[in-house]
Every structure is written in structure tokens, then in C-alpha cells.
Design a protein around this ligand. Sequence first.
Ligand code: MF3
Ligand code: CO
Length: 252
Amino acid sequence: MIAIYTDEEVSLIRASARLVAKTLDFLEPHILPGVSTLFLDKLAEEFIRSNQAIPAFLGYGGPRNPYPATLCVSVNDEVVHGIPGGRYLRDGDIVGIDCGTILDGFYGDHAKTYLVGHCDDKAKKLVEVTQKSLEIGISKAIEGNRVNDIGSSVQSYIESFGYSVVRDLVGHGVGKKLHEDPPVPNYGKAGTGAVLKAGMVLAIEPMINEGTWRVKVQRDGWTIVTADKKLSAHFEHTVLVGKEKPEILSQT
Ligand code: MF3
Ligand code: CO
């Protein structure tokens, strides 16, 4: 079942998602060559807690292999769910930073891919096109459209550059929980899937690979990497479906 949130609930989701956007803005000046991914994680956790919120990813997934950090920090061929640690960012890396918060019981979820120092044109292009594909997907989040109108528009844009769309991971509804119905693939056939209604809240999150769409899970059980070790980029917004236009909730 896909939740339709009331205006009051949407206000709470907006506040949480806005805090995630503020957290990424706070981190941005620290995303530099020589900085460890764990340092970024600690900065984010402190910022979120000082704003009366809780990191949403910390402990996610249950007792067997709980996600151990506030951020997912995914470098170069890491697609998503990279675990912060002793890795130091290097000049020319691209780094996806994904963050979620729980504020007053409601979730926000938002990610961006950043250029570290001086990146080559190949990396810059992938990041730019992935960001644009998210904007295109978001533009379909309007009442009366179907859920796969989003992924179809992302996929056709991405494939026109020769890039590929990750299949194994998808976006999702978000609000009272981090992952709610419906799944929101970044690929598919326009005109199919659930009908969108105003008040639905979707985390739209294209994961785009330079080469093959195939991915593997690393031995930590979390980190997703490209099968061919080529680059991957990820952008995500928490988006309110509207009657006439979508509203990006994860912005300041
Ligand atoms: N934005 C990601 C997602 O929706 C982040 C989840 S990390 C996890 O899946 F640890 F919480 F799984
Ligand atoms: Co998400």
C-alpha cells in the first residue's frame, strides 16, 4: 500500500529531508583530498544529533549485519552503501554521499555525488548527466502519472549517453519508514506501474554506471561496486508528488 501523507505529515517529512540537505551542505567544504571518509561520517553524525535528529541508516538492516554508520560514502567504482572508514579521499575521486535522518519520527533521504579536487572530463560528465537524470525523473512525479514514467525517462536519458542504469537497487517510498512502497526503479516502461497521487512521497535515486549495469556486493555485506570497476554516480531526493508539480523536500 502506498501512503498518502496529510499536509501535517508532509511538513514533518519536509523538516527531516531539509535537515539532510543542510547536513550535506555542512559537509561539502570538507569533501577534499586527504580527508577520511570516517571523518565526514563523524561530522555528519554530530551535526544531525545537534539538530535533535537521529541518523536513519545507523543500525539499519537488523542485528545480523546492521549498517554501522551515519553516511554511505561511495568512492569511484562503489555504487552505493560504501561504509565510512580509514579510506582517504584523493584528488580526482568522485564520491557519493548518501544521508538519512529521523526527525520527530519522520524520515528524509538524500544523496549527491561530489568531485574531489580536480576530476577528469569523463568523471565530470558522468556526475553531471546523473544529476540531470534525477531532475528528469523528478519532473514525472505528478498526480496521474505512473511510477514507471519516472524510471523510463531516467533510463532513456542515461542510455542516450552510453551509460547504464543499475537494476539491482531502486528508489522507494519514504516517510514514516526509510523504505516504503512503492519501489521506484530507474528503468522500465512508461505508462506502467502504480498511479501516482498527490501526497505520495518518493525517494528517487538513479544509480548510473559508466560501463555495465552489473554490480557486486563486497564482503562487508554492504558496499555495492560495479562489476567492471568503472565509475558510478548516485543522486537522490525525497520528493512530494503534487497535483501540478512535484516538490523536492530535500532542499534548504
Ligand atoms: N538511500 C539509501 C537507500 O535508500 C541508503 C540506505 S543505507 C542503509 O537504500 F544502510 F540504510 F541501508
Ligand atoms: Co534511498
